[in-house]
Design a protein around this ligand. Sequence first.
Ligand code: KIV
Ligand code: ZN
Length: 514
Amino acid sequence: MEEQIRIFDTTLRDGEQCPGASMNLAEKEEIARQLAKMNVDIIEAGFPISSHGDFDAVKLIAETVEGPVVAGLCRAKEVDINRAWDALKNAPKPRIHTFIATSDIHLQYKLKMSKEEVLKRAVESIQLAKSYVEDVEFSAEDATRSDVAFLCEMVEAAIEAGATTINIPDTVGYALPREHGKLFRTLTERVPSIGRVVLSAHCHDDLGLGVANSLAALDNGARQIECTINGIGERAGNASLEEIVMAIRTRRDEIGHFTNVNAREIMRTSRLVSHVTGFAVQPNKAIVGRNAFAHEAGIHQHGVIARPESYEIMDPRDVGLHQSELVLGKHSGRHAFEKKLTELGFDLDDAGMNKAFERFKGLADKKKDISDRDIESIVADEIYTVPEEFHLEYMHVVSGGNTVPSATIRIRRGDDVLTQAGVGVGSVDAVYCTIDALVDVPHKLTDYSVKSVTGGTDALGEVTVHLESATGNVFLGRGTSTDIIEASAKAYVQAINKLVYHLDDPSTHASTTP
Ligand code: KIV
Ligand code: ZN
């Protein structure tokens, strides 16, 4: 019989655990709203005990995002569970998600606890969580490398203690699909109370098998899949939500189940997560990569024109890709621009709309055809940011074959206007050294990348930088312009502004892992 597979999105928790993927409160809220719009069943909004930022994000999402269940992660510890409940208690549909490792290697070296102690701790923690809320998920961390008899014993005890969802994580991405399927089958056969709970899979992608393992689990009793947008997450990442949802949908004939996800929101969600984290989606990435629906070979193009199904197993519109991307230009007015933004799913306040429209007009003066991607990129510049401590007012850069690259920069800080000139080994270096001299904010540039948003020499260049603060937090800056030196400066100043904002309010982010 066909059953609904619950989609548990952990982009904001496991996804955010990958180095450099830090998001601020507003960005997390924006992503949660988009996940709700896409109709995922559960949003894991964070790990409340890990930082003030995570606590605030879980609380805000629990209180304001309607639709999905909102989950908060906690170790099997009283202090963690109390903190998680504090963040979740006002949610219409709260879930406490508690975990403890069950593998010998974790017990011996990480927890330094015996099996009996771990079992007792898990049971007590679930009972405490249950005293707060009906919906309690228990995860046996590193389940796939655990002794199967102990895992079965643990799962039975967790159900008896009141867990309503049992998650079996492949924490280190070690499992193979056949063996993963067998583990789920064993659990359904050997755990007497398994029929009372929802069984869940949580697969990491260290061997590139996260999605395959999730589907194998589904074939053998799992009814919840934990995954992230674009597959972001610890190390090689988590199983990717878009791949799982589209596999279940496209091969419903074979899989025999369905999800309630609105697949048409996939593309927008993927781009949003990519903008916010600064992690580009690889061009050939399944479902959401730039080339996922592109046909290069003449014979393929001919086939697709004659009948799309010849080479397309999915309709690109089903994941939210629109046929025509060329939309606005120099003569488009504010009304058309606002309509386009609504179509693309943006909901800006008046100030945001004014800024975005100004940017659009500036771009339209330089670039003839403005695509959806261009618009998404300039709007992202305006909305995924923080108040500006430093505002880049003016820059003049000189470079060339036989000159020493130099930059003159003017930055406004409140009522003060700061101007400085400097040199560097290249234009970007000259700009960055000069900005550093002006702002005097300690940090290390850990990543710099540039890509073009669309094709053509008049394309918008998008620069992404990661800056690490003295306390080890990582801040992303993005900047776009038809001039990549200007885009580089904007990205740098934005990251510095985020860092300074964080110094004022450390609750915006401090990364911690379980
Ligand atoms: O990978 C893992 O084991 C986890 C758990 C905390 C669910 O993310
Ligand atoms: Zn994980």
